[in-house]
Design a protein around this ligand. Sequence first.
Ligand code: ATP
Ligand code: MG
Ligand code: FE
Length: 337
Amino acid sequence: VRVLGIETSCDETAAAILENGRALHTSVVATQIDLHAKYGGVFPEVASRQHVQTIYAVVEQALQQAHLGIKDVDAIAVTRGPGLAGSLLVGMNAAKGLALASGKPLVGVNHLEGHIYSAWVHPADIQDPPPAPEFPLLALLVSGGHTELNLMTDHLTYERLGATLDDAAGEAFDKVARLLGLPYPGGPSIQKTAEQGNPFAFQFPRSRLEGTWDFSFSGLKTAVLRTVKEYEQDTRPLPVADLAASFQAAVIDVLLTKTLAAARKFGVRQILLAGGVSANRPLREAFLAQKEFPVQIPAFSLCTDNAAMIAAAGHFRFVRGKTDSLDIDVMPNWPLS
Ligand code: ATP
Ligand code: MG
Ligand code: FE
């Protein structure tokens, strides 16, 4: 079974060809990061216009690199939400057009479900594919707009145990990077700067929110802001690397501690880490360093937005008969569960 995936929920125009839900033939991602960097974040109108300009070339490239035509795929999976309405519409309309012209079924995919299914994907040309994630598993989704713990007892089944009460983890990285004068997107710049810093230099608060599986990152962000202001008042040079390292350590500490506690409580077989923040190297290392639970993390290139993950989630929907009619609408606020 071969699925064409299409993703345009935010600022990446992406298409991919995936076989049997796991083997990745091609993945094309046209990022708009340079276009939005000067605004310090994603500018919605600019994003949708850029999607319109690149979508067909990106889909064409994914098919061409795989030496396939649209007639050779079994289904067309597209991100239906959550995301920016104008951006989602571009991918949805392209997918509908392709589905109509080719007669192939359309599968609307939840972007967060896509992030989770990125952990199933491996390059098509490797000898021994890694084992697929096993249920029951605990999925920690940490992205630019979401931070949540979901219990999965089977494919496409999510019980949300908790989520952030304020900022998403990626959003906290982006906001703190801004405070420290580091470039957008904040996650990679904080990680890079933190390599030169001392994670124990500042004792930033860890919101434990005992008795719940929720998260909160706004107190941490405020603590960084307060420290930055103190330095500015005394006209002392800002210890950017130490601040970045101490902030990052606090985020990792909270994510790991809470996820492990939930994994024990619900007796899962594995932990799955996904979403843009799962590209963070020290975060990955912290999760892999504990030996209590096997951990599944997508390849670096599949952590941030891409279409391979949409094709993967789309595959598992398609093989269960979960296709959609051509009159579905995008759902900018579609929750996972
Ligand atoms: P969502 O998936 O919630 O709709 P999104 O699609 O915008 O939001 P992603 O593409 O999954 O988010 O992830 C982007 C986020 O990941 C940004 O906030 C970015 O700062 C963060 N990020 C990317 N790389 C790293 C990294 N190495 N360390 C920490 N954060 C990172
Ligand atoms: Mg993005
Ligand atoms: Fe995303």
